[in-house]
Ligand binder design. Structure first.
Ligand code: FPP
Length: 224
């Protein structure tokens, strides 16, 4: 059975769920946050060490301002209300992506990361203003600046995911089969699961099913 250390998730489908069920995309994001909470709980139960969640891509800035603002207000309230509880549960929060938000949100993110930095049970990597291509370009720029040899080990030092093992599983909900500029380097050997359900509908049973399937896959890593 394959050991499971790291699950990465593209949480897609909030907008469609919200429009269909509540006539509002933002209501879908709110419901999506409930799924985030559920999946954190199951990840703890399953003793998963790293959970990486794609919450906001570099491309998501192109959405209407009202939706972008709503997403960040959800995030702010989530951190204000839940960080103590996450801390108590021995969860470490790490932001991957470029933190160029409002001073208030940047401070809150930094404070939350600092508070939980020594926690060891589960590390949540929240991808915010994250884009894999710009992450890679930045890593190559660093290699060049420091005149370091271009190899996998050196490159990985300059990725946002430095010191984090690569994902074993990538899940994308929302019935769409694409990677949307997410962890393109890091998922080289991940097992990919495309899930028809929209993110707010995704539940413990669906997650467990994927984990069970993953555990029984023969992972060759290029060997036979
Ligand atoms: C993609 O669905 C989802 C997002 C861009 C945002 C993800 C945010 C959450 C799950 C809630 C907030 C999370 C935290 C941690 C505060 P979409 O809007 O692209 O869906 P669509 O494809 O149906 O339009």
């Amino acid at each position: 059975m394959n050991p499971l250390n790291h699950v990465a998730i593209i949480m897609d489908g909030n907008g469609r769920w919200g429009l269909k069920n509540k006539n509002s995309r933002n209501a879908g994001h709110k419901a999506g946050l409930n799924t985030v909470e559920k999946i954190i709980k199951v990840s703890l139960k399953k003793k998963i060490k790293y959970l990486t969640l794609y919450a906001f891509s570099t491309e998501n800035w192109k959405r209407p301002k009202k939706e972008v603002n709503y997403l960040f207000s959800l995030l702010e309230n989530f951190l204000i209300n839940r960080i103590d509880e996450l801390h108590k549960q021995n969860i470490k929060l790490k932001i991957i992506g470029v933190k160029n938000f409002s001073v208030k949100l940047n401070n809150l993110l930094n404070k939350s990361e600092k508070k939980t930095s020594k926690n060891r049970k589960l590390q949540i990597n929240l991808a915010l203003n994250y884009g894999s291509k710009s992450e890679l370009i930045n890593a190559f720029k660093n290699l060049k600046k420091k005149n370091e040899k271009i190899n996998e080990k050196n490159l990985a030092k300059y990725l946002q995911t430095k010191n984090i093992p690569d994902p074993d599983i990538l899940i994308r909900t929302g019935n769409t089969q694409r990677l949307s500029n997410f962890l393109l380097w890091q998922i080289a050997y991940a097992e990919i699961f495309f899930e028809k359900k929209l993110w707010p509908e995704f539940n413990e049973k669906d997650y467990n099913k994927i984990i069970k399937k993953f555990k029984n896959i023969k992972r060759n890593f290029g060997k036979i």
